[in-house]
Each structure stands twice: as C-alpha cells, then as structure tokens.
Design a protein around this ligand. Sequence first.
Ligand code: IFM
Length: 462
Amino acid sequence: MKYTFARDFFWGAASSATQSEGRVPGDCKGENIWDYASKEYNHRFFDGVTTETTAKFYEDYQQDIQKMADISFNSFRTSISWSRLIPDGVGEVNAEAVTFYNNMLDELNAKGIQPFINLYHFDMPMKLQEIGGFENREVIQAYKKYAETCFELFGDKVAYWFTFNEPMIPAEAGYLHDRHYPYVVDFKRAAQVLHHIVLCHCEAIESFRAGNYLGKIGIIMDVIPVYPRSEHPADLYAAKMADLFYTKSLNDVILKGQYPQEIIDVLKKYNQLPEVTEADKLLLAKTKIDLLGINYYRPRRVKARESVPNPEGVFSPEWFYDNYEMPGRRMNTSRGIEIYPKGLYDIAKKIQNEYGNIDWFVSENGIGIQGEEAFIENGMVQDDYRIEFLQEHLAWLHQAIAEGSNCLGYHMWTFVDCWSWINAFKNRYGFYRMDLETGEKTVKKSGLWFKQLVENQGFEIE
Ligand code: IFM
C-alpha cells in the first residue's frame, strides 16, 4: 500500500527552548522555573540532570540546522525562551538573545526550513513566578508585551506563530498533580491558572491581528482521546467527564469561544469555579486562530469509579473516573503509556466533525525509549520501532486526510534527543542521538527513513 501526502505538506520536528538550548557563560539569560526547580528540587529530575545540560542548540544551531536539512525537513518548531529574551519577564530585552534568535531564524530560512515559533513552552521567568506566575492577572499583560516584542523583533522572519504549547499542562501539572514547579495541589487555583493562560493566548492574538503581521497564528494542544471500557452508562459517563475536564473544556474555549456549560455546572456544584469576568467572556468569544497544532502520544482508557472519592480530599477530574488497563493494550514500557495509532485518526475526525474542520497539523507525535544505546549497531541507533511507530500513525493520518481532514503537516517529537521535564535524558525521542559525554549528534535509522519519506512525499508498505 502506498501512502502519498500533499507536495506542500509540512514535514519536520518540534522542540522547545528550555529543552534544547542549554546555557553558556555570558548568554545573559534570566532564570526560569525549570532552571530554578532542576537545581532546588534536583531529586525530582532523572539522574539529577538540570537545564544547564540540554541539547546545546544555543551553541550548535548552525550544525543542527544543517542536520535538519540533511534529513530533508521543510519545517521545524521551537520556542522562544521568555527568560532568555526578557530576563526579568518584563523590561529590558537581552541583546544576546535577539542576536541568537535572529541568527537561528536566518539559518532556518536560508536552508528552506520554515520556522514554526511558539511563545510559551512551560517556561515561566522566575521573576514572574515570584509574583504568582499565571495565577496573577498582572502576568497576562507581561505575556502580551512579551508576545508583542517577539512579533516586532522577528515578525519578518516567521510565518507561523503559536501562543502556547499544551496550555493545560502548566495548570494541571503545576497546580494540581505535583509534577511541575510550583508543585501546588489545588484544583481551583489550577482552574484560575488555566483561565489566565487562555486570556494570555487571546491577548497575544489580539496584538498579532492589531499589528497586521504577516503569517498565521495558532496554538498547540495536547489531545488524549478518551475511550470507555464498555458501553455501560457508568463507563460512558466516566469517559464523558474525563474528556470534558481534560480536552473539551479547553478545545471549546479556544475553538468555539466559550467554556462548555457542563464544565461550568460541575465546577459551580463543587465550588471550584475560577473568576471569569464579562470582559473576559467577550474576549474569548471574539478570538479566532488560523492554525491548530495537535500533540498526540496516547489514548486515555477509563471506567466508572470503583470507590467514592474522599469528600475532604483534593477535588480533581479523577473524582469522576478510574483509569482502565485494557487487556492486551500495546505499551511503550519506557514511558508506561499505551501506543494506539488509530487515536490520531479519531482526533482528526473530531476536528473535522465538531470543530469546523479547521486547518491543523500534527505538532508532536513520538516515542521515547529508555536505554536506546542497546540498539546501537555500527555506530547507529537501529530504531526500527520508531519507523514502525511513524508508519502506523501516518497511515491513520493518511486515511483521515483522504476522508477530508484539513491536516497540513506532521512534526515528530523530536529532532535530536533532548532534555525532558522531570525525565531529563531518560527517554530518547530524537531522529539524532545525543551523546551526553561528547555532545556528538548522530543520525538514527529513523532519521534516514524520514528523509526518504519527505523526498518521496510518502511511503509504501507491503
Ligand atoms: O517533551 C515533551 C514536550 O515538551 C511536550 N510534549 C510531550 C513531550 C514528550 O514528553
């Protein structure tokens, strides 16, 4: 079977500033929450690796971009580090950062690799976190100013902008589930953080439209499609609630301009509603994006709860469902998550049927593997599992496109093995392997397969 994609399909990979750039003396970067947390809460990070040691993109960007060209990328997403550009979050702009981002963007454009630039990928400047981060409404104006600074400085080099990567995560992981700094556990505060993030997104889009910048702007969402254990009404309710909390609430506000009434009702009932003003509602209603990025890694399988939640405990979406371990599910044991390629098709159908078939692309998809050195033969990681993963996901994506989905591209996570939040370098995702001792970056078998894929505008399997 042959899978052919459009000639102008975007092919490439995604990364982020904090996960790839690293630090060098004299870079004048300000501290962000990850620089701080990976030192102060070092025990929470795999092997104690901090943000100082990432994929060295700040130093290696020229060679790295050549390596992207070597495997035929036509696009690449990264983010601007807010605390590199504006070390205190507000105020003075760091001239070193302006030079770096200008050079990096020029290099990408010169190599025919379209830069996709994201403004916020989990990395709040520490100075702003000290006044409450996204919990503090003042930070919305700081973010707006940061976005405007980026549009002004780099607008002539960037055609695709994104306001946030996975906007749910800073709220959910940082304010409810104790994974990201500031390690707060409080649903109502998480909901307020999420609402303020959504307002930041809207404000940045307002500024982008007002400035008449060239190009398109959107947002990158992580979507975990939900599947109930059975058709029993209790399992269906569990699935509905998991989807409402983690996906629909955010998708609806971004793509339909309002929070679903069901989430308002349930949060009111449990006294967890964030503060939302009438002016906020008007802003949400009028904000429209041009392009949606979807990060897809796994499904969420759920069943009806088997116990009653502790009424004195911390309110959370998990009050309404239990996770379900489906017999025979196919696991990526390195990450403890299920591999389910059809999930990508299901997402595409949802966008098509429920969200106006908006233009979108796969902004992340990938497989993180621990101990990948075990697969090195003759100096190259023989990652056939990654090629298989790509083929299976692309086959489902191809089917969705054949059925009318407006999917414009596919970005893998990630270009070269990089630092991950909490897991640091435990799981490797890249098309290139990063040797942490020598800093050497060598292509994996999947990188060469990807090159063929792009050059042939598709692939064939028997
Ligand atoms: O590393 C992350 C990225 O920052 C956001 N999406 C998931 C990736 C892999 O875990």
